[in-house]
Design a protein around this ligand. Structure first.
Ligand SMILES: Cc1cc2nc3c(=O)[nH]c(=O)nc-3n(C[C@H](O)[C@H](O)[C@H](O)COP(=O)(O)O)c2cc1C
Length: 194
């Protein structure tokens, strides 16, 4: 698929089929993250692939899903992610690596989408509990968790009709994701104040 079509069609997925993901595929996603840009090329990020069902279950308890439609996109048993990539930042290397992590995570999301794998970036997470469960040393900041699995829902993107960009569910339980229209956010050569 053309890269721009891939970017446009990627959506956060919160319902997953229970088909296992090949470990090598997960490693490829981390390889994509490793290639991301980093400020001054100072690379402080590390990754934990979690694909053991028992650890997945423990990790799931540390996550919060789709606050705007709570609890309707909280994955039920049988819909939960089958793997995760936990993104860590070594604070001895860089104090705040949030922007680097964002670039790396977007690479993971797009790499996954390119392979037909659904993903959800999770930032509202219980960092302390995750560090305990995964035995993470204190110098690492748990930046984010990326949930992964084959998609079992098809959210749709649309142009936001108002300033309200909250995602919502329709009567068929399809998740709609409004994005601000291009005409509202794009300027040429100078800022055209409105
Ligand atoms: C920094 C960041 C943190 C996020 N944290 C969560 C989260 O904790 N739980 C969740 O369900 N979705 C989370 N998301 C996913 C967003 O809700 C989602 O990207 C947004 O609704 C737009 O949908 P889209 O990804 O399909 O374009 C997060 C996204 C970002 C960029």
């Amino acid at each position: 698929m053309d890269i721009i079509d891939l970017i446009k069609s990627r959506r956060s997925i919160r319902r997953f089929s229970q088909e296992k993901l090949d470990r090598n595929l997960l490693i490829e996603f981390v390889e994509a993250a490793r290639c991301a840009p980093a400020g001054a090329n100072i690379q402080s990020l590390e990754y934990i692939i979690v694909d053991e069902p028992q650890i997945c279950e423990k990790l799931f308890a540390c996550l919060a899903w789709a606050g705007h439609v709570k609890p309707k996109r909280n994955p039920a048993p049988g819909q939960r992610p089958v793997a995760y990539i936990v993104v860590l930042a070594d604070m001895d290397i860089k104090k705040n690596a949030a922007v680097d992590a964002a670039a790396a995570i977007e690479n993971i999301l797009l790499a996954a989408a390119g392979k037909g794998v659904g993903s959800c970036w999770l930032g509202l997470i219980d960092r302390e509990k995750i560090s305990q469960i995964l035995n993470i040393a204190p110098k690492y900041y748990v930046d984010s968790v990326v949930a992964l699995g084959k998609p079992a829902e098809k959210p749709v993107m649309e142009d936001a009709k108002t300033e309200d960009t909250k995602y919502y569910l329709d009567e068929k339980d399809v998740l709609h994701v409004p994005k601000r229209p291009l005409k509202n956010i794009l300027h040429f050569n100078r800022f055209n104040g409105k």
